[in-house]
Design a protein around this ligand. Structure first.
Ligand SMILES: Cc1cc2nc3c(=O)[nH]c(=O)nc-3n(C[C@H](O)[C@H](O)[C@H](O)COP(=O)(O)OP(=O)(O)OC[C@H]3O[C@@H](n4cnc5c(N)ncnc54)[C@H](O)[C@@H]3O)c2cc1C
Length: 576
């Protein structure tokens, strides 16, 4: 058994920021970062476009708050948004001091670019590899602290909790297959999102909602899971993201007639330069719906991977593309054989981000003593029904740091956990894994088949447009898949890098997350942000200006609700 005071599950932006905050707060407490991949391979590394904070005199905290709340379609908790906006600039300056190489203007100031739904330029960036540079800065900073220990390539299978308190985690050392108990007084979930429950996503293969499902199984509700963000510009076939930064720099979306179709959806008139909140800089939920409407009108292209439109960057010129969007040029060339300097890039909407997650307060604290969550896996909530692009990296920093500090305070006041109890909990977990996977004989179902059926069910019932009968069918299918999963076949009985086992564990987690999404969506009988119902096309503040909480029960999710905190911005119609 390993023993620490604080355990971070996840070595992405939120996890490393939380670890550093905890280490800065106390050199005495021992901190463990447990990650199923080497930390630099966390999904944060692939973030491209940038990270938002008020950095210029032309901007204001109130304006950033208003844009975020408006973008969220009034589902964000406004007290949390205010904290977020206020602490964001300090976090970005701190990252600069830790070595993050922000792109700069000629006068030496950190550059800012336009992003969807933001009413001024406020997205700081490091070319179009922002996540890579941020994660590097965090990773190397985390190595300064002797009290941060790392468990790379350890797969956490479960939280260990009893008497209403978290006591640690059970994790498989992927290198030798051994299940280890790691004791901790506080555990912070920084496990990222779960876009892989859908077939077509920008999310890395490791984004399987593990932390959400672990909290859910431990009795913690998942909040606002129905809100799943589609990004309007993914590459057909792979789902690889073409950053919103390309529209922030002035890129255009055109249908098959070469027409900038967004002007037909109340986002016009078209101009040559980016106009905030208009046309291509409208928010992601709206742009994704516009794409689907163009498709319905027969005005999209048809390719081997379905419908798509064009993202045209040619008018920006080679110099701007090379300087500001080099990664976009590289991705388009490598994955679709197109050089955006000379040709438009084929794009279509693609699942990108989960606004919902583990229910927490502003300090990352979840309703299970000793458990915290931050980053994409948490729902604080600042993103409400639709996140604005570039708020998420900043969210990892602000709420990662807050959760790290809160966990220190909590852990410092706790006595040492009983190792006997922990070992007993770990033995139970080993038995569960043996029973379900490792020693199970005669299983017939294939992991890949169930995963594909789940992903298809999610796209059919919980995609960009949703309606009652489709969602009901999806909920029903997910129940059946859960049943079939109990008959899963594990042929690989090896100990070393048993990827079939981890794939099964991930699918197990995803089935829980998918059910929470589908049931939360079915119960929200209105349209708001990313949740668009053709049978309830209007927003309904009277009945649904409230957070959804999904609780796990043996028969599927039980849904209840929580009020949204409104401080200074009264709900109004969301028009751009
Ligand atoms: C392609 C792409 C581009 C993006 N671009 C931007 C952008 O420009 N601006 C922006 O603001 N946002 C962007 N986002 C969103 C943003 O990058 C993510 O929301 C954010 O990085 C999530 O960080 P995180 O720390 O919460 O999780 P992640 O970076 O996903 O890290 C999760 C960590 O948890 C670990 N983990 C998970 N499960 C387990 C387990 N069972 N056991 C052990 N470890 C586990 C993983 O190993 C990993 O270390 C982008 C997202 C994508 C997919």
């Amino acid at each position: 058994m390993f023993t620490h005071d604080i355990i971070l599950i996840g070595g992405g932006g939120a996890g490393l920021r939380a670890a550093i905050a905890a280490a800065e707060q106390s050199s005495k407490l021992s901190i463990a970062v447990v990650s199923k991949v080497y930390p630099m391979r966390s999904h944060t590394v692939s973030a491209e476009g940038g990270t938002a904070a008020v950095m210029r005199d032309t901007d204001s905290l109130d304006l950033h708050a208003k844009d975020t709340i408006f973008g969220a379609d009034f589902m964000a908790d406004q007290d949390a948004v205010e904290v977020f906006i206020k602490e964001a600039p300090g976090e970005l300056i701190q990252l600069e001091h830790w070595g993050c190489p922000w792109s700069r203007d000629a006068d030496g100031r950190v550059s800012v670019r336009a992003f969807g739904g933001m009413s001024v330029d406020r997205t700081c960036f490091a070319a179009d590899k922002t996540g890579f540079h941020m994660l590097h800065a965090l990773f190397q900073t985390s190595q300064k602290y002797d009290n941060i220990a790392r468990y790379d390539e350890f797969y956490v299978t479960s939280l260990l909790a009893d008497d209403g308190k978290v006591r640690g985690v059970a994790a498989i050392n992927i290198y030798n297959g051994r299940l280890e108990a790691i004791a901790g007084k506080a555990v912070i979930l920084c496990t990222g999102g779960g876009g892989r429950i859908f077939p077509f996503t920008t999310n890395a293969a490791i984004k399987t909602g593990d932390g959400m499902a672990m909290a859910y199984r431990a009795g913690v509700p998942l909040k606002d899971m129905e809100f799943v963000q589609y990004h309007p510009t993914g590459l057909p076939g792979t789902g690889i993201l073409i950053t919103e930064g390309s529209r922030g720099e002035g890129g255009w979306l055109k249908n098959k007639d070469g027409y900038r179709y967004l002007q037909d959806y109340g986002l016009g008139p078209p101009t040559d330069t980016p106009v905030h909140r208009k046309m291509e800089l409208g928010p992601r939920d709206i742009l994704s719906r516009c794409h689907m409407q163009e498709y319905a009108k027969g005005r999209t292209f048809e390719g081997p991977y379905g419908h798509y439109v064009h993202l045209d960057l040619r008018h920006l010129g080679e110099e701007v593309i090379n300087k500001k969007l080099p990664f976009v040029r590289e991705l388009a060339s490598k994955y679709v054989g197109i050089d955006p300097v000379y040709e438009p890039i084929p794009v279509r909407p693609v699942v990108h981000y989960m606004m919902g997650g583990v229910h927490t307060d502003m300090n990352g604290s979840a309703p299970l003593e000793g458990l915290y969550a931050a980053g994409e896996t948490a729902c604080v909530s600042i993103n409400g029904a639709n996140r604005l692009g570039s708020n998420s990296l900043t969210e990892c920093l602000v709420f990662g740091a807050r959760a790290g500090r809160a966990a220190v305070q909590y852990a410092a006041a706790q006595g040492a956990p009983s190792s006997q109890r922990l070992e007993a909990l770990a033995r139970d977990e080993q038995q569960r894994l043996d029973r379900q996977f490792l020693r199970k004989e005669g299983g017939k179902e294939k992991i890949a088949v169930i995963r594909e059926e789940m992903q298809k069910a999610m796209e059919d019932g919980a995609g960009i447009y949703r309606k009652e009968e489709d969602m009901k069918r999806t909920c029903q299918l997910l129940r059946e898949l859960r049943e079939r999963f109990s008959n899963i076949a594990i042929e690989d009985r090896g100990d070393v890098f048993n990827t079939q086992l981890t794939a099964a564990l991930e699918l197990d987690f995803m089935l829980d997350v998918a059910e929470a999404v589908a049931h939360s969506a079915l119960n929200r009988k209105e349209s708001r942000g990313s949740h668009t119902r053709t049978d309830f096309p209007k927003r309904d503040d009277e009945n649904f200006l409230k957070h959804t909480l999904a609780h796990r029960t043996p028969d599927g999710p039980r849904i209840d609700y929580l009020p949204v905190t409104i401080t200074r911005w009264q709900p109004e119609e969301r028009k751009y």
